[in-house]
Design a protein around this ligand. Structure first.
Ligand code: C2E
Ligand code: CA
Ligand code: CA
Length: 247
């Protein structure tokens, strides 16, 4: 009953879709479509998050492989494959199920940079070997690491360097009032400047209006994700989305 949806992440210089975030859904037989906010915490509690997260990863990688083949067949070539990002909750590191993700990519012949993992900033402070070893293994393998909901948790800036983080995702709560609240704009601008000085890319989350997009573009933000561009899409709809000439 689970299904993985994909939300486009667009490059703000040309508004092409170059990345997608995998977001799990539960197609419940009687309740209809149930969102992850309603069941991820329960899956964590009852010890199922490892298996669920692993399943999402395998689905996401299978789709990324298909899109790549599709683009090759269409003669678009391999110069612009879509990078897929997968959310990992802290409990998954402890469960140890993501330890073999690097091996799985290798066996499928997919380049490691086609996968990004999204973690929250607090995880970088967790010193348990199951966390640090896996993060360092991702880094060594060339898998990208993104910090989700950046600015809402506890951060240690030095850890952004230590774990070779690639991308910061500015939380939706700073984007929402960007056009009306000068302090939100100041925070977004400061995050973008800091990230760029550290050599990191920035994705703005929850972009819903053209005015928000324009401010973010002016501030030098690299990528944006949000309803303005597309909602999370079922795999077939996502395939159509990236096949349209403008994408
Ligand atoms: P998240 O990682 O911050 O994902 C972004 C959420 O914002 C998604 O909610 C997405 O649908 C929503 N969103 C995107 N653009 C907009 C917008 O323009 N406006 C508004 N209002 N919302 C927007 P979703 O899909 O309900 O997911 C909620 C959370 O559930 C995710 O937050 C993530 O933390 C978690 N989650 C989803 N899939 C997985 C998964 O496979 N594994 C784990 N561990 N967590 C997951
Ligand atoms: Ca995320
Ligand atoms: Ca987020």
């Amino acid at each position: 009953q689970f299904e993985v949806y994909f939300q486009p992440i667009v490059d703000l210089t040309g508004e092409r879709c170059t990345k997608a975030e995998a977001l799990v859904r539960w197609q419940h037989p009687t309740r209809g479509l149930v969102g992850p906010d309603e069941f991820i915490a329960i899956a964590e509690e009852i010890g199922l998050i490892g298996a669920l997260g692993d399943w999402v990863f395998h689905q996401a990688v299978a789709m990324a492989g298909e899109w790549r083949e599709g683009r090759r067949a269409a003669g678009i070539g391999d110069d612009a494959p879509i990078q897929v990002s997968v959310n990992i909750s802290p409990r998954q590191f402890i469960a140890g199920t993501c330890a073999d993700w690097v091996g799985h990519l290798r066996r499928r012949g997919l380049p490691p940079w086609m996968l990004a993992v999204e973690i929250t900033e607090g995880l970088l402070l967790d010193e348990r070997p199951a966390v640090t070893d896996t993060l360092l293994a991702f880094r060594d393998a060339g898998i990208q690491v993104s910090i989700d909901d950046f600015g809402t948790g506890y951060s240690a800036m030095s850890y952004l360097k230590k774990f070779a983080v690639d991308t910061l995702k500015i939380d939706r709560s700073f984007v929402r009032d960007l056009t009306t609240d000068p302090s939100d704009l100041a925070i977004a601008e400061a995050v973008i400047v800091m990230a760029h000085k550290l050599g990191l890319k920035v994705v703005a989350e929850g972009v819903e209006t053209a005015a928000q997009r324009d401010l973010l573009r002016q501030a030098g933000c690299d990528y944006a994700q949000g309803y303005l561009f597309a909602r999370p899409l079922a795999a077939d709809d996502f395939r159509r989305f990236i096949a349209s000439p403008a994408r």
